[in-house]
Write a protein that binds this ligand. Structure first.
Ligand code: ADP
Ligand code: MG
Length: 720
């Protein structure tokens, strides 16, 4: 009987292409057609209603009942005209994916399609099975979703989706979006205050975000024949293929046809949803790719990234492909991340991280740059925790991946400028002096973008006019790390305002006051700046000398959420209260435990049910062969040698799996969730995963290819 693997391989041989046709040759003809966007609102709402909605979006004002009624009615008409029958509140619970519950517009009682303003604005989903970290059991079982008008309503697969936040009856956030929105307010308030030192016209500052999304693509049949990919999202076994990424021939290479067809189609769907996808290319590992949209206001960009992952998965099905969003689907090959390109932009249209030709503006630029570096320095552990997950642990701090040290890269030019500022700390500036010249600020070239050296090994790099937080995991909801980043920058900026004011109250000129504070911050945050190879061993040593943390695993990294410093930070800026923080900490620990547990089980099951039986059959064949040779008086020592080797690995697999199961069983009785998570890390994962995998991968090399049950790496990566 053919194995599932062989069946899958022959299915792949028969695949045909699927080519999508775009609605028009011009993207501008269909960009955003499936969204109730600004143009659509203008068209279908009375001017007075439209004005109120825009106000709600821009100023966060409340939408009154009458307005909600009007919007609901217009949205319903628009949706029905596009063949939509159902609506849903679309939200982002702490599971990491999105949630929706569809309701029909059709009301059988009245025999009419209905959609009320109150339904648009608020819903009460039966949400008792979403993670809540104890919030709901202590308070009240209900949860509410509430319309977030700042993110456009959209149609996805014939359902009207209303972006919402998700909170408990008592107002605690149960989702990713609520703290993100609050962190936007925090950074806005703090940044506006600093901007006002330079330009009184600035009234609002918004973070913007462009998310580069990395992913792997494999054939659907091959995927289905790998229970570990199906269950855990990553391969727990698999010997490295002869050819991996060592030829460096995949990055930016020509995109394989089936994958290109897939990209083309998901891009069309994304564009219809108003997701401004713009870049596609091969990534470093074979089978790995990237998609990036143009940056947007951070709230929209977050929704769009969540939606994009959904769209990609749905469209992949149509192409008989499977998208792997896991951070490390394949050992020995590059992992996947989301590069979060982040900046702050004023309502006067200035990107605060864009250097300019004017020295005065560059002082403002340096202020925001230094504030961000200082924020990263002072809160590196929070940033590390914000990207911690079982999946990302394979990418950060594991044997082959970059270390889990948070540092920031600025490039040669800016490093020189900051060094000079620091060095010239004692320069006296007299009236009439050109302060900028004296301090070297005048030297910042207009377009750093072109001469910024790119450092691909930095977890948090300045890339010309924005920071790029690269250590974010590929399946993560970016709202988590972006909330953390907004809060820490808000905190440093507000501290900075206070410090500048203090200097000014001592009679210092405003500019001098700013520069003095910058100098101080530069010195204080110097340790977090690193320009070298972030993947090297020397860096781990150097970072340790500098006193930077290197928190290698999620349970270790998450401890920061229990510190007073973090509680004060989040409560001070009204982003999360203690209950919410505590809940999140629990949920993340729980999630980690479950992920490692699933992997551990999959390892056990595959080892016991697939690999050992196959290896024993092969072992029997070898025994027959050895006996036969002996009966003919031939030298059978090679065969006997192989039998011994196979037996050794079978034995190792079996005993280690048995002990791992035992260890799990003991750990599962632990009520202390933080200790349990650490146990899963050190006793289960570090204790057994490698040993078990080593034995299985050795057997893969020994057992005859034809009877091996699991699709091999070379097949997963190169056949499509
Ligand atoms: P790469 O980092 O691969 O060289 P780019 O620098 O061109 O690519 O852009 C990567 C992402 O950064 C894109 O999503 C782009 O829209 C986004 N981006 C560019 N400018 C900004 C900005 N000011 N704020 C946030 N994101 C930005
Ligand atoms: Mg990039």
């Amino acid at each position: 009987m053919a194995t599932l693997r062989q069946e899958a391989l022959s299915l792949v041989q028969g695949r045909t292409r699927r080519s999508a046709t775009p609605p028009s040759n011009k993207i501008s003809d269909y960009f955003g057609v499936n969204t109730f966007n600004d143009a659509q609102m203008r068209q279908s709402l009375a001017p007075s209603v439209y004005k109120k909605v825009v106000e709600a979006i821009e100023k966060g004002t409340k939408i009154d009942t009458a307005t909600a009624e009007e919007v609901a009615s217009a949205v319903k008409t628009w949706a029905i005209s596009k063949g939509v029958t159902h609506y849903t509140h679309w939200f982002q619970p702490l599971t990491g994916s999105t949630a929706e519950k569809h309701d029909s517009f059709f009301d059988a009682l009245s025999g009419m399609e209905r959609f009320k303003g109150s339904t648009l604005v608020q819903q009460e989903p039966d949400a008792s099975s979403f993670p809540n970290g104890g919030i709901r059991s202590t308070f009240e079982a209900r949860g509410y979703t509430a319309w977030d008008p700042s993110s456009p309503i959209f149609i996805f697969e014939n359902t009207l989706c209303i972006p919402t936040i998700f909170v408990s009856y008592t107002g605690e956030a149960l989702d990713y979006k609520t703290p993100l929105l609050k962190s936007m307010d925090a950074v806005n308030a703090a940044a506006v205050k600093v901007c006002q030192l330079f330009d009184r016209n600035v009234k609002k500052v918004q973070p913007s975000l462009g998310v580069e999304q990395e992913y792997f693509v494999v054939d659907k049949a091959l995927f289905a024949a790998r229970p570990d990919l199906v269950m855990a999202g990553r391969t727990v076994y698999g010997h490295n293929p002869a050819r991996g990424q060592q030829l460096d021939d995949h990055y930016f290479g020509s995109i394989p046809t089936r994958v290109k067809d897939f990209m083309f189609e998901f891009e069309i769907e994304a564009l219809k949803l108003g997701i401004p996808v713009s870049t596609r290319h091969n990534e470093v590992a074979p089978g790995q790719f990237e998609v990036a949209p143009l940056f947007e206001e951070i709230n929209k960009a977050t929704d769009h990234n969540q939606l994009l992952m959904d769209v990609m998965e749905k469209v992949a099905e149509k192409h008989d492909l499977k998208v792997l969003l896991h951070e490390k689907p394949f050992a020995g090959l590059n992992g996947s991340g989301k590069h979060n390109n982040w900046s702050l932009i004023t309502d006067t249209g200035v990107n605060l991280f864009q250097p300019s030709s004017s020295a005065r503006e560059n002082l403002q630029f340096l202020t925001f740059l230094v504030a961000t570096v200082k924020a990263v320095h002072d809160n590196a552990d929070l940033l590390r925790a914000s990207i911690a997950s079982a999946g990302n642990d394979y990418r950060l701090g594991a044997n082959e991946a970059p270390p889990a040290i948070i540092s920031t890269f600025l490039g040669e030019t800016l490093t020189e400028v900051l060094d000079e500022l620091e060095k010239n700390g004692n320069i006296k500036i007299e009236k009439g002096d050109n302060m900028y010249m004296k301090l070297g600020i005048a030297k910042i070239p207009e377009i750093i973008l072109d001469n910024t050296d790119r450092n691909r090994t930095s977890p948090f790099a300045f890339t010309g006019n924005k920071f790029e937080f690269r250590a974010v995991g590929s399946q993560a909801n970016v709202a988590g790390p972006m909330t953390a980043l907004n809060v820490i920058v808000a905190d440093t900026l507000s501290q900075m305002s206070d410090d500048i004011e203090k200097e000014m109250s001592k009679g210092k000129d405003k500019k001098i006051a700013v520069v003095n504070v910058l100098r101080k911050y530069i010195t204080e945050s110097k340790a977090v700046r690193f320009e070298g190879d972030g993947y090297s061993e020397e860096w781990e040593k150097e970072a340790e000398k500098r006193g930077l943390s290197n928190l290698k695993s999620t349970p270790e990294a998450l401890d920061v959420y229990t510190t007073k410093k973090i509680k004060d930070l989040f409560t001070k800026h009204k982003v999360m209260n203690e209950v919410e923080l505590h809940a999140r900490h629990e949920i993340m620990l729980e999630n980690f435990i479950m992920k490692v547990q699933i992997e551990s089980r999959v390892m056990g099951d595959l080892g016991l049910n697939h690999i050992i039986p196959t290896a024993i059959l092969y072992q029997n064949k070898l025994i027959q062969n050895a006996k036969g040779m002996q009966s003919l008086g031939l030298d059978n020592s090679a065969a006997v040698e192989t039998i011994k080797e196979v037996s050794k690995h079978i034995e190792a697999l079996k005993t280690n799996i048995t002990s791992m199961i035992d260890t799990r069983r003991k750990l599962n009785t632990d009520e202390d969730i933080a200790r349990k998570a650490k146990g899963y890390q050190t006793l289960v994962k570090e204790g057994f995963f490698e040993k078990i995998r080593y034995a299985a991968d050795k057997l893969e090399l020994l057992v005859d290819d034809e009877s091996w049950p699991l699709v091999k790496y070379r097949e997963l990566l190169f056949i499509r």
